[in-house]
Design a protein around this ligand. Structure first.
Ligand code: C2O
Ligand code: CU
Length: 482
């Protein structure tokens, strides 16, 4: 009874409180909740729901996240240097604004590597006072390289350096951003693209473009750093791979006008047998990536653009402007798109752990931040997570360190191509089940990638038994990953 009442109280009071607090702060991206002095994000102690014993299991075989590094590899090494600094960004087509940048621009440099390359990135912090990190969003890499302040490393303070090193195992479209005060720092401009080109491609194309959609400094809507849209070269008859990255918090409904298109990849993972589509809005949640394949018409232009923001407009090729989509055109539905392919992962299979996460306005299962019990897993487990959207705006839920498979939507198994991703966008009332294999020991964040929501409570952990961290989150260390 008591639990029921507390739960109800949380469900009702937290949303109301948050609305009030958010309004008072006038921006939901600000940290409004009191943060403790010191938290160990690596604990497994508060679990216990769904029948799993939750105490920290001390088996004597404990491993520190810091020691989980990339193994030796044969591929070529690609080395990059990124310097975070306070600058003023000269925005083509817009106003010069204050920004925090990697190498002087936002987005920072596009890092292009090949599948199998060893990626070495030397991060320096020039003058970002609260410190910075780089999180490689969507990349499956060892725990120590995940770039989460207070979990996998300390924030890199002004004058300090940190070198990341990982093998780009999975080809696809990824991005990077600071994971120290990520809500504020990503908005201020500490973001960039990471493209891993495939060794052998399933899809043929003549041109390959990657485009970041971002809202800088909470003011300007930028398409690859421009405030007035982007024009990309493409000739009639050519096929273009367009990699769209939503680095903003809100869902972007993107349309393609002037040609058929295929969705060939979501979150960097290829789809199987994607068929041609025409005139559908593609909902791209915060942090998500969609790759489109478009063949240019014989005469005329193709436009890929946002339903809501005219600044987010990509014009491909020259010629007559295409007729735009109806505002209430169909919405792209990945649950029945493409061709099925057996991989042995089904809703009926036996799972070692099943978890249920109910998403409120700014809470998960009625709790926030470190008060949300971590999902505890053991290496080798098959894990199922059920997400249910209960309240508030869209929640693009993102998991670090793993690629999961989407099993069901609203109780119905997916019937098209398998969908592998690192995030799942939940719109009002949605219920999704996802599955992943616990094959990457570590301490991994699981959070809403509306980073404003994350900074206000929708942040939790997936923790492997026996993995610890020497780092701490909190006001004492100054590590606040959001
Ligand atoms: Cu873009 Cu914790 O992630
Ligand atoms: Cu959210």
């Amino acid at each position: 009874m008591k639990i029921g009442a507390t739960f109800l109280l949380n469900r009702i009071c937290i949303p109301i409180l948050c609305i009030v607090v958010c309004l008072a702060a006038s921006a939901c991206g600000n940290r409004n909740l009191k943060f403790p002095e010191e938290i160990d994000m690596g604990h497994t102690g508060m679990s216990g729901h769904e029948g799993h014993a939750g105490s920290t299991i001390s088996t004597g075989s404990e491993r520190s996240c810091e020691k989980l590094v990339e193994a030796k590899s044969d591929g070529p090494t690609r080395t990059f240097e990124l310097t975070a600094a306070k600058t003023s960004a000269n925005v083509p087509g817009g106003k010069t604004t204050k920004a925090w940048t990697f190498n002087g621009s936002t987005p920072g440099p596009e890092l292009r590597v090949r599948e199998g390359d060893r990626v070495v990135v030397k991060l320096s912090n020039q003058d970002i006072g609260k410190g910075v990190t780089i999180h490689w969003h969507g990349v499956v890499l060892p725990c120590s390289q995940d770039g989460v302040a207070g979990v996998t490393q300390d924030a890199v303070m002004p004058g300090e350096q940190f070198t990341y090193e990982f093998v780009a195992k999975h080809p696809g479209t990824y991005w990077y951003h600071s994971h120290q005060q990520s809500s504020e720092q990503a908005t201020m401009g500490l973001i960039g693209r990471l493209i891993v080109e495939p060794k052998s491609t399933t899809f043929r194309y003549d041109r390959d473009y990657a485009v970041t959609l971002q809202k800088l400094n909470d003011k300007q809507y930028l398409t690859n750093g421009r405030a007035d849209g982007l024009a990309l070269e493409a000739k009639p008859g050519e096929t273009v791979r367009l990699r769209l990255i939503n680095a903003y918090n809100e869902v972007q409904w993107m349309g393609v006008a002037g040609a058929d298109f295929r969705v060939i990849s979501m979150d960097g993972q290829d789809l199987n047998g994607p068929r041609a589509l025409n005139g559908e809005w593609i909902p791209i949640g915060g942090g998500q990536r969609y790759d489109l394949l478009i063949t240019m018409p014989e005469n005329g232009q193709v436009q890929v653009y946002s339903k809501e923001r005219k600044e987010w407009n990509i014009a491909l090729g020259q010629g007559r402007a295409p007729e735009k989509l109806d505002k209430d055109a169909k919405e792209f539905d990945f649950t029945s798109y493409g061709t099925p392919k057996e991989d042995g992962i089904t809703p009926q299979m036996k799972f070692d752990r099943s978890y249920n996460l109910e998403l409120g306005l700014l809470d998960i299962n009625g709790r926030q931040f470190h008060e949300i019990p971590p999902l505890v897993v053991k290496e080798g487990d098959w894990v199922k997570v059920r997400f249910e959207h209960k309240f508030g705006g869209p929640h693009p839920m993102h998991l670090h360190g793993h690629i999961f498979k989407v099993l069901t939507k609203n109780g119905k198994a997916l019937s098209g191509s398998p969908i592998y991703a690192d995030s799942i966008l939940l719109l009002r009332g949605d219920v999704y089940e996802i599955a992943f294999r616990a094959d990457n020991p570590g301490l991994w964040m699981e959070h809403c990638h509306n980073l404003g929501h994350a900074a206000n409570g929708m942040t939790m952990m997936v923790n492997y038994e026996g993995v610890t961290t020497p780092f701490r989150v909190g006001t004492k260390s100054g590590n606040l990953p959001d």
